[in-house]
Design a protein around this ligand. Structure first.
Ligand code: GLY
Length: 442
């Protein structure tokens, strides 16, 4: 019998997971999915936004999963983890890939993540936690700008603001601590401006020791240099200049973190990834990254089902070896104009053209994200990150060239994209090669 998977979420990450499970001959359901995910999955119209309470949402998902004999549920967004969806679905007797609410706090509470890293000697940017607004206002008067201010309140729509002046900082504190989210605590953190962004996904099974480490990936959170931070507008896997020792150090961060969570009685099952900027840990994430997943899925050769099933069962030892295709993958987001630019005001509902043409380019696959269907079934833009154009290649240059050729085939009004995905990795790779030649003359 075909294995039945239910993916929760609606972005490009969930589309890429649906594509991979579909390739593995699974029967894939996605709730709610987006206007383009029906290529690989049956879209199920259950969304958090359509339910009166989170309990109603959990019940609707559980009801569907029990009725359709779902073997495994994959949780996409961290918001669901933060609400305790895994605890709730497991209590219904369902098998779920993802951490409990207590384990997911490592992402959802930035102060918790900082505390865990600190105890384990993992280097992070300097920070202070404030529960008293007066102390927070006094601190930003003397703090060295820029700083990033993050609220710990899960009810807040906006969770993070980077501020460059005292008046921006006080406006952010007013919003996070007094008006929108009265009574909330905040974390104020030094901004790390230099260094490359790196992340390394790992799947864990809750024993505090076992982890399947993915290759190191690079997300690109700015559309243009100096632009505002976005959810991520492009990714590459693997990062060619990250050598064996560097990789081992990154993996050690995950190993230490899993052990610490286990020691605190919060064993972590699911996907954990530390996100770095230069040598500093920026934060932890407790779910698949978006857009890293779009690139990872293009290279994962072995079964995603077996891996996620084994994690959900708490038995990674039972899974076969995880294999990756040799070479590189790149993912480039086609975004609504204005997104990722200061003062930009993206507009939606424009027709999207060129996906089939893009997929004529060797190895290109386009994952839909912020899209919906119009009245005649046509695809329309419906969000900031509209599509993720992915490609693979023997070299990073080849993967990037194919992905950019794919992007050039896509058209919608005001479309924008980053022109610099993978560029710093290529530069660092060639600097490393030049150094190697200098160190090893003929
Ligand atoms: N890659 C950034 C994120 O998934 O949050």
């Amino acid at each position: 019998m075909r294995r039945r998977i239910l993916i929760l979420g609606s972005g490009g990450r969930e589309a890429a997971l649906a594509w991979k499970f579909h390739r593995e001959q699974c029967q894939v359901y996605i709730a709610p999915g987006n206007g383009g995910t029906d290529r690989w999955a049956t879209c199920v119209p259950i969304a958090l936004e359509g339910c009166a309470t989170s309990k109603d949402y959990f019940y609707a998902i559980a009801n569907f999963a029990l009725q359709f004999h779902i073997d495994l549920i994959i949780i996409g967004p961290e918001k669901l983890l933060e609400m305790g969806i895994v605890d709730s679905l497991v209590a219904y007797g369902l098998r779920v890939f993802g951490p409990t609410q207590a384990a997911a706090a490592i992402e959802c509470s930035k102060a918790d993540g900082k505390d865990i890293a600190g105890v384990r000697g993992i280097q992070t940017a300097g920070y202070r936690v404030f529960t008293n607004p007066g102390e927070a206002f006094a601190y930003v008067e003397v703090a060295q700008m820029p700083v990033v201010i993050k609220t710990e309140d899960p009810r807040s729509g906006e969770r993070t603001r980077i501020v460059r002046t005292v008046s921006e900082a006080t406006a952010a504190l007013r919003f996070f601590m007094l008006q929108g989210n009265a009574g909330s605590s905040v974390i104020i953190e030094q901004v790390i401006e230099d260094g490359e962004e790196l992340s390394a996904h790992a799947v864990a099974d809750g024993d505090g020791k076992s982890a399947v480490h993915f290759p190191v990936a690079q997300d690109h959170s700015q559309l243009i240099p100096g632009g505002p931070f976005t959810g991520g507008v492009g990714a590459i896997v693997p990062v060619p200049w990250v050598g064996r020792e560097h990789r081992a150090a990154i993996h050690q961060t995950t190993v230490e973190t899993l052990a610490e969570l286990h020691e605190r009685g919060r064993p972590f099952r699911g996907l954990l990834y530390p996100q770095f900027k230069g040598p500093y840990l920026l934060e932890y994430n407790a779910r698949f990254g978006d857009p890293e997943t779009q690139a990872y899925m293009r290279l994962l050769e072995s079964s995603l089902y077996n891996l996620t099933f084994a994690s959900a069962e708490g038995d990674l030892a039972s899974t076969d070896e995880v294999r990756w295709r040799p070479g590189y993958a790149a993912s480039i987001a086609a975004v609504s104009g204005g997104y990722g630019r200061h003062g930009g005001k993206p507009q939606y509902r424009f027709p999207i053209m060129g996906i089939e043409e893009a997929e004529q380019v060797p190895s290109v696959i386009v994952f839909p994200a912020g899209v919906r269907r119009g009245e005649r079934g046509e695809l329309l833009t419906d969000g900031n990150r509209v599509l993720h154009v992915t490609a693979i290649g023997k070299t990073l240059e080849q993967a990037l060239a194919r992905a950019y050729e794919g992007v050039s085939c896509i058209h919608f009004t005001n479309m924008d994209f980053s022109r610099t995905i993978g560029q710093s990795a290529l530069m660092l790779q060639s600097a490393q090669e030049r150094q190697h030649i200098r160190n090893n003359p003929l």
